[in-house]
Design a protein around this ligand. Structure first.
Ligand code: UDX
Length: 429
């Protein structure tokens, strides 16, 4: 098939290169000139294991028609007459009031509507409020389907090649059939429903997972008061197949481009249609408090933080990504600096990125031991596997006397850390 993909972010770029690898001709449209140049040179603007290699390969691989299987364009207009399907993968950032900003979605839909051919299908992959696909079809008459994406950063390729499920929201059986055929190589279960339910499945899934994390973090806080170990509690809960073990990792809370934005958007959307979704408000507030718990633990051990040197291991919102969007590390850094502490951070892949949000970020170093040298405390912020393999004794001796270790991801063995001499604090154990 000939397919257009609009937007070369995580979702668009992964979708485009995977579709190309299945033998389709994919015309990837990206409006940002710098990003286009990077991609044309085979560079991926973010860290995602395996993606750059796939993009480079597809840019040079001819499809059956003789055209290259992955091509990059600056605008959709010249592409539209040649394609049967357009995947819409543009951003839907938060508005100041928390609702999703759909400007880019509507701009693309308008363009497709204007240049449409009757057999063309617009497939919305961007996370959009329930009702958007139908609204788009009303405003700019055309065939529209919803096909939300559930890929995770860090495992985006595997999640796209073999997703646990594919959700198709369509108004016509024929549209479901086109997409069913397209996704046949995945072998994944496919759920076909109406567009609005498909859109809600995406929000509900993210909100549910975020709620699961806030729930286990609340249990972790209770564990600290009761002298229980949350990792054992989570293990015991997870053995119940109705609960499952995933997303029961207590820590300093969730971040990233989806959970914070989508839970807030769903909460706002609910309010807009006259429903007070109290549970989501609690999920969100619990998550914020969880980040600040680190500061409270540090103050309890070190007293006032002014003049103290605090080392952070990890800045990205989770391991295997360089994404700093809504990263707990940024909130923690801002609070620490406001209290007069000196913050030094090491992250295996976040080199020198502009740190979003207010205030200056931490000083970045390229070595984990350089970060801890002379520090009063070390906080493990991201669950990078390498942190559990570093030489903790060396770290201990590099730090100021009687150092504090806050293990924000419960990565280390508490008994071992304490035996070395650290004032060790995990989360909920
Ligand atoms: C998420 C969804 O998983 C994915 O389906 C959707 O398409 C986009 O949003 P992602 O943001 O890449 O993916 O990361 P994910 O692995 O889900 O983790 C989200 C956050 O939750 C991270 O900050 C992570 O550290 C945190 N988390 C996850 C926990 O704190 N505990 C856990 O047990 C699991």
């Amino acid at each position: 098939m000939k397919i257009a993909v609009v937007g070369a972010g995580y979702v668009g770029l992964t979708t485009a290169s995977v579709l190309a690898s299945w033998g389709h001709v994919v015309k990837l449209v990206e409006k940002d000139a710098q990003r286009r140049t990077q991609l044309e040179q085979g560079e991926v603007p973010f860290f995602e294991p395996g993606l750059a290699e796939l993009v480079r390969r597809q840019l040079k691989t001819p499809a059956a028609s003789g055209e290259f299987s992955l091509q990059i364009f600056s605008s959709l207009e010249p592409v539209l007459p040649a394609v049967e399907l357009t995947f819409l993968c543009v951003g839907t950032p938060s508005r100041p009031d928390g609702r999703a900003n759909l400007d880019q979605v509507f701009a693309v839909a308008a363009q497709v509507g204007k240049n449409r051919r009757s057999e063309h299908l617009l497939v919305i992959k961007s996370t959009v409020p329930p009702g958007t696909a139908r609204q788009v079809a009303d405003l700019y008459p055309q065939r529209v389907a919803s096909n939300p994406e559930f890929l995770r950063e860090g495992s985006a390729l595997a999640d796209t090649l073999h997703p646990e499920r594919i959700v198709l929201g369509v108004d016509r059986v024929e549209d479901a059939e086109i997409l069913r055929r397209l996704y046949a190589p995945t072998g994944s279960p496919i759920l076909v429903t109406d567009p609005t339910s498909a859109e809600l499945i995406k929000y509900a899934s993210n909100a549910f997972l975020a709620t699961k994390i806030s729930f286990i973090n609340s249990i972790a806080n209770l564990c600290e008061k009761l002298g229980a170990d949350v990792t054992r509690v989570a293990q015991g809960m997870g053995l119940d197949s109705r609960i499952g073990p995933a997303f029961l990792g207590a820590g300093i809370g969730y971040g990233g481009s989806c959970f914070p934005k989508d839970t807030l958007a769903l909460e706002k959307l609910a309010r807009q249609v006259g429903y007070n979704f109290r549970l989501l408000q609690a999920t969100r507030l619990t998550n914020l408090e969880q980040r600040l718990l680190v500061i409270r633990k540090l103050e309890k051990e070190l007293g006032p933080l002014a003049g103290k040197k605090i080392a952070l291991w990890g800045l990205a919102f989770k391991a295997n990504t360089d994404d700093l969007r809504q990263a707990p590390a940024l909130t923690i850094t801002r609070r620490l600096r406001r209290k007069g502490a000196q913050v030094v951070a090491y992250d295996p892949v976040v080199a020198k990125k502009p740190l979003s949000g207010k205030g200056p970020g931490p000083a970045l170093v390229v070595d984990p031991y350089a970060a801890t040298a002379g520090a009063h405390a070390l906080v493990i912020v991201t669950d990078w596997a390498e942190f559990s393999r570093l030489d903790l004794e060396r770290v201990y001796w590099s730090m100021a006397a009687n150092p504090v270790l806050i293990d924000g991801r419960n990565l280390l063995d508490p008994a071992r850390a304490r035996a070395i001499g650290f004032r060790y604090h995990g989360i909920g154990r």
